[in-house]
Design a protein around this ligand. Structure first.
Ligand code: ADP
Length: 552
C-alpha cells in the first residue's frame, strides 16, 4: 500500500472511529428509509385502497421505527449482533408494503437488497446469513408464489422464486468478496495482539533493566558516536551533577576537572574517557580523578564499544576514591618513613667511611666494619627505592638526549658487580639513539634491570644490554640467561612488593620495588616495559621509549 493510500485508509478509520455505533447503524438504514419514503409519497394508489392501506401503513411505520431505533438504541452496550434485528425488521416491512394492494408495488421486493447486503456483511455465521438472505426474500414473495401455484401458473411461480435466488446470490457474492478481508482483519488482530504482548514484555524488561542499572553503585552510561550520553543510570547522573560534566561535554571545549592519576596533570580533551570510548577504544580500569579538593573523585573507567552499525559505546565509572586515597596514604607513609631513614643512614655511612680510612684498624674489625658499611649502603638504596616507587611526584624532566652515553655509563657501573657474580656483560648499541628522555630516570631504570639480571643469574651466564631503534621506538633490551620467571608470576612482577617464589626461596635480597619503578618511568616517557621469560632459561626485559618523545 502506497503512502497516500495508507493516509486515506487512516483518515477513514479515524472518521469511522469517531462515528458512534448508533450513527454507523443509522447510515446503513438511511437508504432504505429514503427509498420507501419516496415510494410512499410518489405512489398514492395503495393509500386509497381500503385493504392495502393498513399493510402499507404498518410497513412504513415499521421501517421508520427501525430507523428511529438505529438512532436511539445504545447499540454499543448490546451484543454485537443485536443490530441485525434492524435488517430483519426491514425485510418484514418490505414484505408488508410489497404485498399490499393489487400488486402494483411488487417491484418493491428488490429493496430487499439493502437488508440482504447488511446481513451478508455483518452476520458472523455463514449458514444463518444464507438462510436469512434466502428465506427473507422468499417470504416477501410468498403470497405471489402461493397465488401462482394455486392458479397453476408456473411462469408466475418461477418469477416469484427469482427474488430469493437473486438475493441469495448477492449474499454469496458479498460473503465471498469479504472473506479475504475478514481473514486479513483476523490476521491483523492477531498481529496487533502479538505486538501488544511484545510491547508489554519489552516494557517490563526495560523497567527491570532500569531498576538493575539504578541499583548498582557504578555509574553506567551509553553514548552515541558523538560521545554524548544516550542513556545513563542514577549513579552516573549523580557523578554528572557533582562535576558539571554535561555542559563541558556539549560545549566541546569546556575544561573538565579530569586529572591523571597524579591528581595534578589535566587530561586533554581527546583523552577523556567518553571521547576515547566513542572512537571505539576499549578501556580497562584506567583511573581518572574528577575534580579537585575534598570533593575530588577517583573513577575507575571501563569502556566497551557497541557492536553494530549504530556505533557508540558503554562506559562504566566505578568510584574508587576510598581505595585510591588509601593507596596514596600508604605511599605517603612509606615515603615519609623511608625519607626519615636516609639522614641517619647517611650519617652512619659517613662515620663508617671515616673509621675505615684509619690505618690502625685491626683486620678483623675492618672486615666487620666493611660488612656494616655494605649493609648500610643496601639500606640506603632500599630507602631511595621506597621513596621513588611510592611517589607519583618524582620529577621527570624530558629533553632531547643521546641514550648511548647513558646506557654505556650504566653498563660500566654494573660491570664490577657482574664480574663479582661471575657473569659476562655484553653491550650492543645502535648508532643513533636520540630521544626525548630524562637521562637520570632512564639510567635509573636500566640500572635496575641490569642489577636484576645479575642478581637473578646465580649460576653465572651472559647478560646482554642492547639498544636499537625501530618503528619510531627505541627498544632497550636487557637479556639474561638466569633463573627465568614462570608464566603466572610474569603477570605480577610489575606490582609493587611482588617477588617470585623462586626469588624468595633462593634468598636473593630484594623488596619487589625495582620493576614497578621501571614500569612507571617507562610510562612517564610515553613508553612501556615488557618481559619475556622462560623458567630456567632466562629473561628479556625490554624498555620501549618513543624515539620522537612522549605522546601524552
Ligand atoms: P627485587 O629485585 O628487589 O625483588 P624487582 O621489582 O626488581 O624487585 O623485581 C621483582 C621480582 O621480579 C623479583 O623479586 C624477581 O622475583 C623477579 N625478577 C626481576 N628480574 C628478574 C630477572 N632478570 N630474572 C628472574 N626474575 C626476575
Amino acid at each position: 500500500m502506497s503512502a497516500s493510500e495508507q493516509a486515506v485508509v487512516q483518515r477513514a478509520q479515524t472518521y469511522l472511529k469517531r462515528l458512534r455505533s448508533t450513527s454507523r447503524i443509522a447510515l446503513w438504514q438511511l437508504p432504505l428509509v429514503a427509498a420507501i419514503t419516496i415510494v410512499a409519497v410518489s405512489a398514492p394508489a395503495p393509500w386509497n385502497s381500503e385493504s392495502a392501506r393498513p399493510l402499507v401503513a404498518a410497513g412504513f411505520f415499521l421501517v421508520c421505527a427501525a430507523g428511529a431505533a438505529c438512532l436511539t438504541v445504545p447499540w454499543d452496550r448490546l451484543p454485537e449482533q443485536a443490530a441485525l434485528l434492524i435488517p430483519i425488521a426491514d425485510l418484514v416491512s418490505i414484505g408488508l408494503i410489497r404485498n399490499a394492494g393489487d400488486g402494483t408495488l411488487q417491484g418493491l421486493g428488490t429493496l430487499a437488497v439493502f437488508p440482504v447486503i447488511w446481513i451478508a456483511v455483518s452476520m458472523r455465521s455463514i449458514l444463518w446469513t444464507l438462510v436469512i438472505c434466502f428465506l427473507g426474500p422468499l417470504l416477501i414473495t410468498a403470497p405471489t408464489l402461493n397465488d401462482a401455484v394455486r392458479r397453476g401458473f408456473p411462469a408466475g411461480a418461477s418469477y416469484s422464486l427469482l427474488l430469493p435466488i437473486l438475493m441469495l446470490t448477492v449474499a454469496v457474492a458479498i460473503r465471498t468478496a469479504t472473506a479475504g478481508l475478514r481473514i486479513q482483519e483476523r490476521m491483523l488482530r492477531a498481529q496487533q495482539e502479538q505486538l501488544r504482548s511484545l510491547l508489554a514484555e519489552s516494557q517490563a524488561t526495560e523497567r527491570l533493566l532500569s531498576t538493575i542499572l539504578d541499583a548498582v553503585n557504578v555509574g553506567i552510561v551509553a553514548i552515541g558516536p558523538d560521545a554524548l550520553p544516550v542513556r545513563s543510570n542514577r549513579r552516573f547522573r549523580e557523578v554528572l551533577a557533582a562535576s558539571g560534566w554535561i555542559p563541558a561535554m556539549s560545549e566541546g571545549q569546556g575544561q573538565l576537572p579530569f586529572l591523571a592519576q597524579d591528581r595534578r596533570t589535566p587530561v586533554p580533551r581527546e583523552r577523556w574517557p567518553l571521547i576515547r570510548a566513542a572512537a571505539g577504544e576499549r578501556i580497562d580500569g584506567e583511573v581518572f580523578w574528577l575534580g579537585t579538593g575534598p570533593d575530588a573523585m577517583a573513577l575507575s573507567v571501563v569502556a566497551r564499544p557497541v557492536e553494530g552499525p549504530e556505533g557508540g559505546a558503554v562506559v562504566a565509572f566505578g568510584d574508587v576514591t576510598a581505595l585510591a586515597t588509601a593507596v596514596d596514604d600508604k605511599a605517603e607513609l612509606v615515603r615519609t618513613v623511608a625519607h626519615e631513614f636516609r639522614s641517619p643512614l647517611t650519617a652512619v655511612l659517613g662515620n663508617l667511611d671515616l673509621v675505615l680510612e684509619s690505618e690502625h684498624l685491626d683486620p678483623g674489625d675492618r672486615l666487620r666494619l666493611e660488612v656494616a658499611e655494605r649493609s648500610a649502603e643496601r639500606l640506603l638504596d632500599l630507602a631511595a627505592d621506597l621513596v621513588a616507587s611510592s611517589s607519583n611526584a618524582i620529577p621527570v624532566r624530558l629533553g632531547f638526549a643521546d641514550l648511548r652515553p647513558v646506557l654505556a655509563g650504566r653498563a660500566d657501573a654494573a660491570r664490577l658487580a657482574a664480574v663479582a657474580a661471575g657473569v659476562q656483560l655484553a653491550v650492543e648499541l645502535d648508532d643513533s639513539l636520540w630521544a626525548c628522555i630524562d637521562p637520570l630516570r632512564v639510567g635509573q631504570a636500566v640500572d635496575n634491570l641490569l642489577s636484576n639480571a645479575i642478581k637473578y643469574s646465580p649460576d653465572g651466564g651472559t647478560i646482554t644490554l642492547r639498544a636499537l631503534r625501530s618503528d619510531g621506538w627505541i627498544a632497550i633490551e636487557v637479556r639474561d640467561s638466569g633463573m627465568g620467571i614462570s608464566e603466572d608470576d610474569r603477570d605480577r612482577i610489575f606490582e609493587r612488593f611482588f617477588r617470585t617464589s623462586e626469588a624468595r626461596r633462593s634468598d636473593i635480597p630484594g623488596v619487589g620495588l625495582g620493576l614497578a619503578l621501571c614500569s612507571w618511568i617507562a610510562e612517564r616517557h610515553g613508553g612501556r616495559l615488557e618481559v619475556a621469560s622462560e623458567p630456567g632459561c632466562g629473561s628479556v626485559f625490554t624498555l620501549y621509549l618513543p624515539a620522537s618523545g612522549p605522546t601524552g
